[in-house]
Design a protein around this ligand. Sequence first.
Ligand SMILES: [Zn+2]
Length: 60
Amino acid sequence: MGNQEKCVKCGHTEFAEGTDYMPIKPSKMSFNGSNKIYTFCLKCGEVCSIRIENPTIFKK
Ligand SMILES: [Zn+2]
């Protein structure tokens, strides 16, 4: 057991992760894209974190 995250809005402690249907890309011309991972509260839907799956593709 680690430290449990709490929703800043409602205090709920259950979260779910989901991804967007559109990958995020460094530019419109890029072939490479990375999924966005959303972590949100299962009760009120407050998004507590948005994470990029492969941040290394943005490295220049
Ligand atoms: Zn909540």
